[in-house]
Each structure stands twice: as C-alpha cells, then as structure tokens.
Design a protein around this ligand. Structure first.
Ligand SMILES: [Zn+2]
Length: 679
C-alpha cells in the first residue's frame, strides 16, 4: 500500500467503540479464534520458512491483538457489569489459544528451522525469531504432554485470578465514600476538589460534600486535609482495600487470590526447571540475573538511606510530634511549602489542559519534527476522549493517539499507555500504529478548562513518552514494533526520559499559562518548583526500593511448603529498608496490582532500572543541548525507532556510546553530590 492510499484511507480500520456492545464480545471472540485456528492449520501444514510460517503468524497475532485491544480497553475505561462478564468469559478462551500456541511443538520446530536454514534474514527478522523461540521455551514447548497440560491449566487460572484481583480492588474502592456536611471537617482541602465533591453530593441528593476513594481524592485528602480523623479514615480505607482489615474487612479480600497466584507462578516456573518465578521472570529481561538485580537495588538503598533518614528527621522536627502514617503526606506538603514555598494546588491555575497538551505536542515537534492534530470525526468510547493524528514534517501519516484524561467512576485508576494497533509493514498488510493514553486527572469544572498539578503534568509527559515509543517505531513486524519485544526493565526508559523535560524552565514555559489571564508562570514560582524536585528524594527512593525488593524477594524465596508469606516478607523488607511508620493493619500488598494483576511480577525493580537508563540517557540532552536535533534524532533512531527490533543494551549503547551508569540518577535526585569523574 503506498503512502497516498494510506493517507486517504487513513483510519478506516479504527475500532468503532460506540458499537462495541457487551453481548457481541463473546461470540465475536469465539468466531475470531475459530478463524485463527483455521489459519493456524494452514500455517502448520506449510513448509517451514519466513514467508510460510513466521510472517503469517505475525499477521495472525496482529489481527487478534487488534481485535481484542478495544475490548480490553473499554473494560478498563468504561467498565459495566455486562462488559466485565463478557471480558472475563473471553480471558480463558484467549489464554487457552495462546497457551496452545506457545506449546505447539511443530510450530516451534518450524521457527527453529527457519532460524537455522534461512541465511538471508534481516537483523529485525532474526530478532523476531529469537524472541519467539524464547517465548516458546518459556511457554512450556519442551514439556511432556501431561506437564504441558498442567502448565496450560495453571496459566489459564492465573489469567482469571489476576483479573479477579483487579476487580476486587476496583469494587472495594467504589464501595467506600464519605459524605460530609460540616465545613470544618473539609478544611484545608483544595477548592477544586470541594467543588467536584459538592457536585457528587448533589448528584446523590445529599448535602455538603461526597468524597470518593479514587486516586486524586485520596491523594488530596492525605496531603491537604487539616482534619486528622478524615485523613486517618481515608488512609485506613485506602490501604486496606480488598483485604481482611478496614471498613470492608473480609469483603473482596484478595488474600487467598494472592496466595494462589504465587503458588501457580512458582509451579509453572518449576515445571520449566527454573528455581523460582523470579528466575523465570528474569530470562527475557535486560538485567542479567536475580542476584544482579538484588545487588543493584541494595546498592541504591544503601546510598539513599542516609539522605532518607535526614529527611524524616527534618519532617518530624518540623511537625513537632510523633508522626503516624496518615500524617506523613500532610506534613510533607506543609514542609515543602515552607521550604520551597510551593504547593501543588497553587500551580493548578497555570497548567490548564488546553495549554499543557498543545505545549507537550509542540515539544514533540521541536524534538522530532512531528505534528499532532485533533480529529473530531473519530468515534471514541467517551466524550472525554480526543483522537489525535500524528504526522511527519512532510505530512506523511505516522499514527494515531486517543487521549482520555479525566477520572470517572468505572474507570480503572492510574495512568497508562496501551497499544490499540501495532505497526505492520509487509507486502500483505500495512498499518500505522495507534495508541491509547489514559490518565485520571480531576475533571474540568463548568466553564473552566481542567487544571493540572505539576505532578499531573509529569504523569502526562511520562505516558506520552510511552506513546512516542509505540508511535515512532520503524519496525515492520508487530512482535518487535513499538513497545513489543522491549524487555520490561527497559520499557520505562522513554517514559521516564520524557518526565525530565517537564522540569526544564524552557519546557515549563511552553506548557503553562494562567487559565484566566494567560500570564506565564512567574520566575520565582519556577525557581521554587525546581527547588522542590529533590524534596524528600531519599524517602521516595527508599519507598520504591521497598516495593521492588518486596516483589523480588516474594518470588525468589517462594517455598510451596510455607506458602507465599506475603505479610511476613513485607514486614522483613520494611524492617531492612523502610524508615517511616506503617501500622500493622496496613495491607498494601492487597492493592499492589502491578505485581499481582499486571506484568510487573518479579519485575517491579524495572522502574528503578529504567530510571537509571532514563537519567543517564537524558544527561546526553543536558550535555549536548535540550533541543539539539542531532541528539534528539540519535535518541529517536537508536531507541524509539528500534523498539524491540534490537536488544535493549545495544539500543542504549548506540545512543550513549557506552553502557548505563547509576550516577546520573543519584545526581538527579540530589543523593550524589559530586559529579562523576570525567572519562
Ligand atoms: Zn510507565
């Protein structure tokens, strides 16, 4: 397909979200899988080779992912009981299909034969084969028949349990709310939150304010509510969601599910002769081994401990009293204000979304010469959503991006980027990549644009970094295009690199402007904001390291005879790493979706690993110029365009000219004072 046709028929293949009905999902998925099985028969009968085996499999997988992506997406962003039921019915169907594929010995041999016999393969084609063969091995292709069956059953159960974990968390969060009539109790809360809480109360025919247990509300209450009892109530409700403790103790309790998940992961890792799931998880990663990751994390923890202790002592001193867990964010916010004179809320008026988003897009134009334009004629899943078209400077269509920014009920919490359509460039199929960018920012109030905090802005930059990775890929085969085929511990490089731009004065001026007057962020506010960047960086570092070490140890030390020892492991890790108070009834693990519902199992360390990569890579922009085309282009070509088509270390070295070093991150966090010795 040539470029002109692409342009004209640019988005004929986008999902039609408005006609995606729950009742159609299961039959459609069944039909799609039946059709895929037919195609698979033909592929299996063919003589092994790139054109006859690998390429048709790439297309087949692309078509399934393309069809399933919108279903999985709407389940996350406009969840209904019907959709959820349909989605859950499909999970085992898909899992069965893919587990069967992963264990197909004939297909596996065809891939191996292609890899051995075909001498004309490109480097990208070789990488497709290498990753696929690795996946086959990790999927149990070498197992005897009865063990294979067990492996498949376990995988299918895991998919269902992980989804149930997430559901319980969502239900537990939705079930709790606090209606308040007394203005004294909401003292300190930001006006924007109170306005939306008053609207929620009116919608339920209640007076006063209705505060829900979503992420922005929880964060605002913990940081700003002067009423200690309110903070304690929110803290208790949040950290006991889906557990045996707190206001809904025992209802939606994830504990048994977590035990089962851990057991099944371990069992499958053992079936493949790994010592434990952590070893299994490390195989496709950029990091070399579990031991290497432990020493990476421990080293960072040791280097950050002193700084963290100083910060906590300063906080306790500032508060003038012993602090409980629900006091930390509140007094930290007050200390930050007193030291840096900055509060997240004060900055909101300067970050209206209609400045931030165009500003971010013009940064992308300055760096990479690409343009993003809104299109109003594209069907979406919710009125909040806008579709943007991404084009090169010469007008050539590169891809598309759906942006859905605001929190609402029945939308999964947090922020993320996901693939809607992957890039394909073959003789048979040509498609441009399309991505979803989803956040949970506070909704705009009537007559006003949505006003973001600076940390919202950083989140948006982060997800946009992922989107660029997906959209600027030059790979031709979907399994290595964009974020596909990129090891988990390297996938956060582009996102965290992008965050750094949100701390540059020149970029801040591009994305800000008072929503009423257009007035730029005053210089002293910029100075204070920048001085706040390293605020409590030691404590934040220790917190992330605590999660990462907990996750890795949980999986590395699992012993079926003892069970998962989730609470015990968390307690042990906290004793070693954590320096802040945590009550006994805190059930953080029961809401740790990254590890129990998502792809970060024995991989949470990836955030820190990639942060080192990102800080070190970003330092090149510092050295060579923020908007330097040469460095931006080298970054685009070496990392973004490559995606998974080449090894992550090779990509990094191609950009930086050497392997990564942790110093840039420690320096960025203000933990390492001295610049590293020049090389
Ligand atoms: Zn990310």
């Amino acid at each position: 397909m040539d470029i002109v046709t692409q342009k004209q028929s640019s988005y004929s293949g986008l999902p039609v979200f408005s006609s995606l009905k729950a009742e159609k999902v299961v039959p459609a998925v069944r039909e799609m899988l039946a059709d895929a099985r037919e195609k698979l028969k033909t592929i299996r009968q063919a003589e092994p080779g790139w054109e006859t085996t690998v390429l048709p499999m790439e297309i087949l997988n692309h078509q399934i992912s393309r069809a399933w992506s919108p279903v999985s997406h709407v389940n996350s962003v406009v969840n209904t009981p019907e959709l959820r039921q349909a989605y859950n019915q499909c999970l085992p169907l898909l899992s069965d299909f893919f587990t069967g594929l992963g264990q197909d010995q004939l297909l596996y041999r065809a891939y191996c034969k292609t890899e051995q016999d075909d001498e004309d393969l490109s480097a990208e084609q070789r990488q497709v084969l290498r990753l696929a063969i690795q996946d086959f091995r990790l999927g149990g292709v070498g197992l005897e028949r009865d063990k294979q069956r067990l492996f498949a059953e376990n995988a299918s159960k895991l998919a269902t349990l992980q989804s149930k974990f997430e559901e319980n968390l969502l239900d537990a969060g939705n079930a709790w709310k606090r209606q308040i009539s007394d203005p004294a109790i909401v003292g300190g809360l930001p006006a924007s939150l109170l306005e939306s809480a008053a609207a929620s109360a009116r919608a339920e025919n209640a007076d006063g304010w209705l505060l829900r247990l979503d992420q922005p509300t929880y964060h605002a209450v913990m940081s700003h509510a002067d009423n200690r009892e309110l903070r304690e109530a929110f803290y208790e409700a949040w950290v006991t969601r889906a557990s045996d403790q707190g206001p809904h103790a025992g209802r939606w309790d994830n504990f048994e599910i977590m035990e089962e998940i851990m057991g099944l992961r371990h069992a499958n890792a053992r079936l493949l002769d790994f010592d434990n799931f952590a070893e299994y998880s490390m195989t496709p990663k950029m990091a070399g081994s579990v031991a290497e990751v432990f020493s990476f994390l421990t080293d960072l923890a040791q280097k950050s401990a002193h700084r963290g202790k100083e910060e906590l002592a300063e906080l306790v001193d500032f508060a003038g009293k012993k602090l409980a867990a629900w006091d930390l964010a509140y007094y930290s916010e007050k200390l930050k204000q007193s030291r840096c004179g900055i509060s997240e809320e004060e900055l909101r008026p300067y970050f209206p979304v209609d400045r931030v988003l165009p500003g971010l897009f013009s940064l992308a134009t300055r760096l990479f010469g690409i343009c993003l334009e809104p299109r109003n004629d594209i069907d979406t899943w919710h009125d909040d959503t806008v579709f943007y078209e991404l084009r090169a400077a010469n007008g050539e269509l590169i891809g598309g991006l759906y942006v859905d920014l605001y929190a609402r009920p029945a939308k999964r919490g947090g922020a993320w980027m996901d693939e809607c359509i992957g890039r394909v460039r073959t003789r048979q199929v040509c498609e441009q990549p399309v991505a979803y960018l989803v956040c949970n920012f506070m909704r705009p109030l009537a007559g006003c644009p949505a006003l973001l905090t600076h940390s919202d802005v950083v989140t948006l930059f982060h997800e946009f970094g992922h989107a660029l990775h997906h959209l600027l890929t030059q790979a031709s085969y979907p399994s290595v295009a964009g974020i596909n085929g990129v090891p988990w511990d390297a996938v956060e490089l582009p996102s965290q690199l992008m965050e750094n731009f949100a701390w540059e004065p020149e970029v801040l001026s591009m994305v800000s402007g008072h929503f009423e007057t257009g007035e730029p962020l005053p210089q002293d506010v910029v100075d204070r904001l920048l001085s706040s960047r390293q605020f409590q960086s030691g404590l934040q570092m220790l917190r992330q390291l605590e999660f990462a070490i907990f996750d890795l140890r949980l999986h590395a030390d699992y012993d079926p005879a003892r069970g998962a020892r989730i609470l015990e492991t968390l307690r042990d890790v906290r004793e070693e790493i954590s320096i802040v108070p945590v009550p006994d009834w805190n059930r953080f693990a029961n809401g740790f979706s990254h590890v129990f519902a998502g792809g970060y199992a024995a991989g949470y360390y990836s955030y820190k690993w990639a942060e080192v990569l990102a800080a070190d890579a970003y330092a090149a922009f510092g050295e060579e110029g923020l908007f330097n085309h040469e460095v931006a282009d080298r970054y685009r070509q070496s990392i973004l365009a490559q995606g998974g088509a080449r090894g992550a270390m090779e990509n990094f070295v191609a950009f930086r000219g050497r392997p990564p070093r942790p110093e840039a991150l420690l320096e960025q966090a203000g933990i390492l004072d001295r610049a590293p010795a020049p090389i």
